[in-house]
Design a binder for this molecule. Structure first.
Ligand SMILES: [Zn+2]
Length: 317
């Protein structure tokens, strides 16, 4: 919620301040690990597009309405248009595939930056029949050839299969986080030039720090690209100990429940506990952050957010 409200607040501010048209693209990832398996000693996963719950809904379809609800609400309130782009749609863009191709062509320069342990460029393809995908590149082989990428993959149930990626292909592929991020940056720098726009990434503050320096600035330099992407980091929400309130720990786990209200970690409970007035308070608070660097370029604890939601008076020091 912090990230989405911030993005809309920033868009609204830029539109007014620079008097330019602004649009938000919400990029959602359905290609992340839903379940993991070890078969014959090799790690595989199925992603959120494939895994289904007891009602036959994919994880993606189950949780998407909550995102849409919040985004529609912000779009209406802030009068900013938005579009949702899932990863498997995004990657159909020829510029994205071209960016991936360029990364693979520079493999020998950047592979140990993207994967310091094994030097793998982790591009992988889900089995078209069952969705099993190799986590590492144990049996996956990748080659570039003229303007296309050839991938040989292996499913422990359905055997080997080949995938070609080029500007006309529509076969899906997955990338691990560093590779995905670097390709995204390259793609946005290209897109800016194509349509004379400025793409600005609005990302949670936990992606700042060493991550951008090592994961894309260093590879960009090694690929002799001197353009710099525009990224704005939104405040990270911390737990009482100063650690990031971790999504990985509260989704599906009992983490935080012993001392935090469910409405602070579960959007479907948010309105039951804090009501529409709680949303308005959070919205107003975050809209005031983006206008003041000292409020925006910092982190907040979940206790602070709780106080805001309850309408407690807070005096800034
Ligand atoms: Zn299979």
């Amino acid at each position: 919620m912090t990230n989405f409200i911030s993005a809309f607040a920033l868009a609204k501010h830029f539109q007014k301040y620079y008097n330019v048209p602004v649009k938000i693209k919400v990029e959602l990832l359905e290609s992340v690990t839903g379940e993991e398996y070890v078969i014959d000693g090799i790690k595989y996963y199925k992603n959120l597009n494939t895994i289904k719950d007891e009602n036959g809904l994919t994880i993606k379809d189950k949780f998407f309405p909550y995102f849409k609800d919040l985004l529609d609400k912000l779009s209406k309130k802030d009068e900013i248009n938005y579009e949702i782009l899932f990863f498997y749609e995004y990657q159909k863009n020829p510029l994205v595939k071209q960016s991936l191709f360029e990364v693979l062509e520079s493999k020998d320069k950047i592979n140990y930056t993207l994967d310091p342990k094994n030097g793998e460029i982790r591009l992988r393809v889900p089995c078209p029949k069952c969705g099993l995908t190799e986590k590492h590149l144990s049996k996956t082989k990748i080659k570039t050839n003229n303007d296309s990428i050839m991938i040989e993959s292996f499913c422990p149930i359905h055997g080997s299969f080949k995938t070609k990626i080029d500007k006309d292909s529509d076969s899906i592929f997955d990338m691990n986080v560093p590779l995905r991020y670097l390709v995204k940056i390259l793609y946005l720098l290209k897109q800016d030039k194509v349509d004379d726009s400025l793409n600005v990434i609005v990302d949670g503050g936990d992606w700042s720090g060493m991550w951008p320096l090592r994961v894309y600035m260093e590879p960009l330099l090694k690929m002799k690209i001197s353009d710099v992407p525009s990224v704005i980091y939104t405040p990270t929400i911390l737990d009482w100990s100063g650690s990031k309130l971790s999504k990985r720990m509260y989704v599906g786990n009992e983490a935080y429940r012993e001392y935090l209200k469910e409405g602070l970690i579960n959007y479907s409970e948010f309105y039951n506990q804090y009501g529409e007035v709680g949303f308005e308070r959070l919205y107003n608070e975050i809209n005031s952050w983006v206008l003041s660097p000292k409020k925006f370029i910092r982190d907040y604890t979940i206790e602070y957010i709780d106080a805001i939601l309850k309408g407690e008076k807070i005096n800034y020091i």
